[in-house]
Write a protein that binds this ligand. Sequence first.
Ligand code: BT5
Length: 324
Amino acid sequence: MIEGILTLLKREKKSTSDGLSTSFLSSSLNLPLHSIYDGIVELRRLGYKIEAEKGKGYKLVSVPDAFIPLEINYNLKTKILGKKIYSYRVLKSTNDLAYRLAEEKAPEGTLIVAEKQTSGKGRLGRKWFSPPDKGIWMSLILRPKIPPAKAPGLSLCAGLALIQAIRDKTRLEADLKWPNDCLLGGEKVAGILLELSAELDKIDFIIIGVGINVNQTQNDFPKNLKGKATSIFLESKDKFSRVELLKSFLERFEKIYLNFKTFGLKFYREEIKKSSSLLGKKVKLLYGKEKLKGVVKDIDENGSLVLETRKGEKTVTAGEVTLI
Ligand code: BT5
């Protein structure tokens, strides 16, 4: 019911008329008058600002920048991603809940999103700082029929979709830092965490977790992240709609993901390389106990990093890279 009211109010927002009367909404939606009143109350409770001047109709003044499934779904141009949404004010970790839901057979494309995480996770047990209402903390359940060895390429696909979405919504040009970071001005604005449930040769599901710092000010970051982390607001001095950015990411990632399942990184490798801040740079790489130094030569068709070291060329599938 509220979807219908909202759709009409949104359409009306673009015109200059006096708003929509209760009776107009009631007859257009084939609903009794009291359902229209209830619907307006519910929309206001969710944070939609709706004016109703005496003698005139309802007018939508503003929409909340909150992860309301209704708002995420509105005009969302995807076929799989975000068709089922679990949205929370507070969660320990969207990845943890996504993993549990995936084990319980939640469908591919299920989106879990939270306004705040209390135990946001990075890789290797690291923490992901996820304060309320200013960032996007989300996870997607994917079930691609690809060999497990190809899965890490999905981190780069998500990173590329993120860079495209940030460009689309903010005009900022972010860098992709292999394997799972997005940087603005050399500092981390987003991170990606891929978790996999698989047998030897078959993926059961993949959870792709994405954390994006959107509207944080300098004071919103803890001391240990100063100089390391940034937000879209800090780089652009503008506040952006998290919902719009999330939708743009879902639409772009779906397109890349569907191609990736069939063709691997083929269509995206060049774009990934163009966005990559590491190509041609001298780096140090840590992977478990292995330490390597060299110049980044390439990102290959599997998404691995190719390093030119003193002992020749080395190809690595994962690790921690620092510029030297
Ligand atoms: C990552 O790990 O970059 C992956 C982060 C994934 C977070 C999302 S949020 C939604 C979903 N649910 C989860 O529980 N997680 C995912 P890693 O490369 O290990 O980087 C972690 C490091 O980044 C930390 O050790 C800090 O140094 C830094 N860091 C922590 N919070 C940050 C933030 N908000 N912005 C930038 N850097 C941060």
